[in-house]
Design a protein around this ligand. Structure first.
Ligand SMILES: *[C@@H]1O[C@H](CO)[C@@H](O)[C@H](O)[C@H]1NC(C)=O
Ligand SMILES: *[C@@H]1O[C@H](CO)[C@@H](O)[C@H](O)[C@H]1NC(C)=O
Ligand SMILES: *[C@@H]1O[C@H](CO)[C@@H](O)[C@H](O)[C@H]1NC(C)=O
Ligand SMILES: *[C@@H]1O[C@H](CO)[C@@H](O)[C@H](O)[C@H]1NC(C)=O
Length: 798
């Protein structure tokens, strides 16, 4: 009896632990800082909420990525709690309260409800307090409305919210930078230091429309979507470099005052976008009396102005202090010229059309003047700015003028130039500080203790019972809710089909819609009414030898690839000798058909080139496994209803790989005449650059409207010569014509009339294509470089 009841209690306990660390916190319960297992997990396991250690005996209540403990939200960033007896409690009154050492409340949601409430961590990272979860799901409070320094996809930045940077990489408490909508409805970055505050992004000297912003829309909402696109009501939009991929991302205002989007790739956070490239533009970054030097390779470096020394080696935001005393006497002052140094803002006097000596006198006549700037404006007139404070110092080669620093005449040059500065750490590391917090232990008599324990254990059993039942109810509730949430894979999942199912779907393989090296593609309607493209792989490709397990392993890798510019695979069939792949169906057909029927204008062609490049860059560089396509051609680039391209037939080279290892006709199966890189002919090692080459040919085909397989009279002696015709023709045109006009000469004559608008784009495209088809594979760019070039559309296109 005793044993079984102990077992029962143990069972209850284990159940309750599963509950406490897997779904939610209900009213009347709390999470304790002393129990590491007291964590709320999102249903998909991606996010966790609980106590997070930030210093010795100092904890904050946070939400983090379970996988790598990256914090994305914090309740009490500026007031950490003690590691003993602190807890987060959801009171019966509906208030969620974080108490420090069981004594003072450091944070609460201030919510009130007479109904039962519960706290759930949603799959998107939003910590939500629901009222009466069984019936409705009224939201009382949610962490998405109170961001700290991070925005997750789908989380809106609004007129009521702002991001506040952390103090440093190791100290999460509130720092000096703000990301918010300013008074003019413009999304801005602001430095809000101990003494001064100023806006530094978009560039304060630009008018809003010059910075590409619109002040018109006062609704003030900005959001990052799940595939890497950011949009704001002030017309500020961007896409991340991995745009299109459905992966984990976060937008963060970093302690260095820059906003970055991080994407999770192979369990590492990679920066896929940032607002500011020259990090010296950020105000306050090196503190007062200093200059900032930016080098693209080495990053940012802070230096004190001559005659000044750094105040705090571990934190440059304290700036530099003078090593001298400046007297008010004019004759005791001298000026030291600093080339290329600009001190932005805080001018006391600004005078136009003034001589150097007058400007210098203006400074000397002001006891508090520390420096002046003497520059030339656009009309060739000299301008004078005097400074009492020296902030935002910045080395900038483009700055036309100089800064003159006021120093005592008596100062010896050795004081002036003694370099005491160490190179800056990019983010001044701050050592964790021990948190002093008194907490008194109450003395309790042993009788009271015993009585308490007794009462508590009875209570615990009771509570566990109720909790278990409650949890199972909640779990059911949750799972039904989560089915409506967004899924990382196709909503229908990756599926195994039976041969008879697919035979029925295609009406016995009757409607052929394509024929490629790997097999024939049929149109079919699946059981759930989705229209699919079903590819029956040739036996010689897959080979009877191939084990089913091997096939499955490869297919599931292809099935896991997820990018808006790759065709989605819905499933497969492997039965006996049959090997079939099931894909989404593209109504607009292939690029080849569309080029033939002349339905694509220049804008569409450019977007198709860019989308295709993105899809290939993802295949080459961002997948879990390195995948070459090996058969890029217009037939394998399909178009959706918006003419967005989706690359098809990728991963087949993977399926073929095993069989071909011993095969001599290795190159024959791969690729298509006209699009094949020279490496194939010369038996050189095959790298991702073969795809780059084929891509280049496809782009040239899109520009010229001429197929590389149908140029000239076509005596097909060998591949090389055939490739050569389109290329030789284009190269000849380029050689004969100077400047950019060669591009005009090769354009598809059928649509040349509307060329004017997209001239610059097509020139960029032609230039990139020519780089892609270099004979030397090392001279070709990578696909991600292609994406970058097309995205940035440099000014000097030719
Ligand atoms: C230097 O900065 C650190 C981190 O902010 C701070 O803890 C320390 O007290 C500072 N030292 C001085 C001398 O100001
Ligand atoms: C910067 O230098 C001035 C003197 O030139 C000094 O008065 C001021 O306190 C310094 N600023 C800081 C932050 O030390
Ligand atoms: C600049 O100053 C000089 C001398 O005072 C004067 O002759 C000249 O007209 C001024 N130029 C302008 C554009 O104000
Ligand atoms: C973090 O920085 C703040 C502000 O400078 C400071 O008060 C606090 O002690 C720091 N906390 C830790 C854990 O270093």
């Amino acid at each position: 009896m005793a044993v079984s009841s102990i077992l029962y209690i143990l069972l209850l306990l284990s159940l309750s632990f599963r509950c406490s660390s897997s779904s939610s916190l209900n009213s009347g319960f709390s999470l304790s800082v002393e129990k590491p297992e007291d964590v709320i997990l999102s249903q998909n396991g991606v996010f966790s909420a609980g106590f997070y250690l930030v210093g010795e005996n100092a904890y904050v209540f946070s939400v983090w990525f379970t996988q790598n403990r990256t914090v994305i939200w914090t309740a009490n960033r500026d007031q950490p709690v003690n590691g003993k007896r602190s807890s987060l409690s959801l009171l019966k009154t509906g208030n969620l309260v974080l108490s420090d050492a069981g004594q003072f409340n450091v944070w609460s949601t201030g919510t009130v409800s007479s109904l039962p409430t519960h706290l759930v961590l949603n799959n998107n990272g939003n910590l939500v307090l629901y009222e009466n979860p069984i019936r409705g799901s009224k939201i009382l409070w949610q962490s998405f409305d109170f961001p700290t320094d991070t925005l997750l996809p789908g989380q809106q930045l609004t007129r009521f919210t702002k991001l506040v940077s952390g103090r440093s990489e190791t100290n999460q408490s509130s720092g000096f930078y703000r990301f918010l909508f300013d008074d003019n409805n413009i999304l801005s970055l602001l430095y809000d230091g101990p003494d001064v505050s100023s806006k530094y992004w978009p560039s304060p000297w630009l008018l809003s429309w010059e910075a590409g912003r619109s002040t018109y829309n006062s609704s003030r909402i900005a959001v990052l979507d799940s595939i890497g696109g950011f949009s704001s009501t002030d017309k500020y939009n961007f896409t991340t470099s991995d745009y299109g991929a459905l992966i984990q991302r976060r937008l963060k205002l970093d302690p260095d005052g820059n906003i970055r989007v991080y994407s999770l790739q192979n369990n590492l956070w990679k920066v896929t976008w940032q607002a500011i490239s020259d990090s010296c533009i950020v105000h306050g970054i090196c503190g007062a009396n200093s200059t900032c030097i930016y080098d693209p390779k080495e990053g940012r470096k802070c230096l004190c102005l001559p005659g000044y020394r750094v105040k705090n080696h571990s934190d440059w935001s304290y700036g530099c202090e003078p090593k001298f005393q400046l007297s008010c006497d004019k004759n005791e002052s001298t000026f030291f010229k600093l080339f290329d140094v600009e001190l932005y803002g805080y001018d006391v006097v600004y005078v136009k059309n003034i001589t150097f000596n007058d400007c210098k006198d203006d400074c000397l006549n002001d006891c508090d003047c520390k420096a002046f700037q003497y520059t030339m404006d656009q009309q060739g007139l000299f301008q004078c700015f005097t400074k009492r404070v020296m902030l935002n110092g910045h080395h900038s080669p483009s700055f036309e003028g100089a800064t003159y620093l006021r120093l005592p005449r008596s100062l010896s040059s050795n004081v002036l130039f003694r370099e005491e500065e160490e190179p800056t750490q990019e983010n001044g590391n701050v050592c964790p500080v021990k948190l002093e917090r008194a907490y008194t232990k109450r003395h309790v008599s042993s009788f009271v203790k015993f009585f308490l324990w007794f009462a508590v254990s009875i209570g615990v059993v009771e509570v566990l019972l109720i909790f278990t039942i409650w949890c199972s109810l909640i779990t059911k509730q949750n799972s039904s809710r989560n089915q409506q949430g967004y899924n990382f894979l196709s909503p229908f999942g990756f599926k195994r089909f039976t041969y008879s199912e697919l035979k029925q779907a295609t009406k016995g393989f009757t409607e052929e819609i394509g024929r490629g090296s790997g097999g024939i593609v049929y149109k079919g309607v699946l059981g759930d009414q989705r229209i699919a493209a079903i590819k029956k792989l040739n036996n010689n490709i897959v080979g009877a030898k191939q084990e089913e397990g091997e096939f499955l392993a490869e297919v599931s890798i292809i099935g896991r690839l997820n990018h808006m510019n790759l065709i989605e695979m819905w499933g497969y069939c492997a039965e006996g000798k049959h090997r079939l792949l099931v894909y989404e169906y593209m109504g607009k057909g292939s690029l080849a058909e569309n080029l033939k029927s002349n339905t694509l204008d220049w804008t569409k062609r450019y977007n198709i080139a860019l989308g295709t490049a993105r899809g290939l860059a993802y295949l080459h560089e961002e997948c879990l496994e390195w995948i070459l396509h090996c058969d890029i051609k217009p037939h394998n680039i399909l178009l959706d209803s918006n003419y967005q391209p989706k690359v098809a037939d990728f991963g087949l080279s993977k399926l073929q790989n095993r069989n071909d290892q011993n095969s001599k006709n290795f190159s024959v199966i791969r690729g298509t005449r006209g699009y094949m890189a020279p490496e194939w002919l010369f038996n050189l090692p095959v790298t991702s650059k073969v795809d780059v080459y084929s891509y280049g040919i496809v782009v040239l085909e899109m520009i010229t409207g001429r197929s590389p397989t149908r140029m000239g009279t076509g005596t097909d002696e060998d591949e090389g010569a055939n490739n050569g015709r389109l290329l030789t023709w284009v190269r000849e045109k380029r050689k004969k014509t100077t400047s950019c006009s060669w591009v005009e000469q090769i354009l598809d004559a059928a649509i040349v009339s509307e060329y004017g608008v997209e001239k610059r784009k097509m020139e960029t495209l032609a230039k990139v294509a020519m780089e892609c088809v270099e004979e030397d594979r090392d001279a070709r760019p990578t696909m991600s470089q292609v994406v970058e070039m097309l995205q940035s559309q440099e000014d000097d296109a030719c």
